[in-house]
Design a protein around this ligand. Structure first.
Ligand code: ATP
Ligand code: MG
Length: 201
């Protein structure tokens, strides 16, 4: 095959590919509020959710963030996003259960936290809600999954919700429109490297 034939073959192939891609884009013509779940053991769940926060702010959208497990108070995302006027930032957890060591208090904190989330889920002026680490209070049974699913279903039709955390239940994934499971192929922590600013916190 000479150079001209090669060029022509490439152009034909790309034209066919473009037709397929254009058709699938034309098919996906609905607009609606999405429920996304970012789960799995790999790194990138919360940071992906905060990437969507940045995107939303770029479109002048209003954002609500609720952090259910307060692992640490010195994260870059909190320092940056909490001071943006279009972001409401709620810290609704008090730390991992092995830190608080008080079950009744953990349950009460989770329930109080969900009441705050319910307020956001009833507020059509909030375009995107991040429920960071919500999977844990669900997994521990501190929050009723049915209540969560009902409240999510009843939210304003154009409101997006992103849920992060390991071990998302099947029911939560079934209810979601987009589910990503991040795989832990390798993590620097296991090579003895501590959490690094700008990457891990
Ligand atoms: P990130 O906030 O970096 O996107 P994540 O939300 O996916 O991480 P979490 O389970 O919430 O992960 O863990 C929070 C912290 O633990 C972060 O500092 C993150 O970098 C780190 N981390 C995430 N995954 C792993 C892992 N597989 N092994 C060790 N540390 C991890
Ligand atoms: Mg996280």
């Amino acid at each position: 095959m000479n150079g001209i034939e090669k060029e022509q073959r490439h152009r034909d192939r790309m034209q066919r590919k473009k037709a397929v891609i254009d058709a699938s884009i034309a098919d996906a013509d609905q607009n609606q509020g999405l429920l996304l779940v970012l789960t799995g053991n790999g790194k990138g769940k919360s940071s992906s959710a905060f990437g969507m926060v940045a995107r939303a702010l770029g479109h002048n959208m209003k954002v609500g963030v609720a952090q259910f497990i307060k692992g640490r108070s010195d994260t870059g995302e909190e320092a940056f996003f909490a001071r943006q006027s279009d972001v409401t930032w709620h810290v609704l957890g008090e730390g991992f259960t092995w830190e608080t060591q008080n079950l009744a208090q953990d349950i009460e904190t989770a329930l109080r936290g969900w009441a705050v989330v319910q307020g956001m889920l009833q507020d059509p002026s909030i375009d995107l809600i991040v429920l960071d680490e919500l999977t844990y209070p669900v997994k521990y049974g501190w929050l009723e999954l049915d209540t969560i699913l009902d409240d999510l279903k009843a939210r304003p039709p154009m409101q997006h919700v992103v849920i992060t955390g390991r071990g998302a239940s099947k029911a939560l994934c079934d209810a979601a429109d987009t589910v990503t499971e991040l795989v832990d192929s390798k993590h620097a922590f296991r090579a003895g490297i501590s959490a690094q600013k700008g990457v891990d916190l």
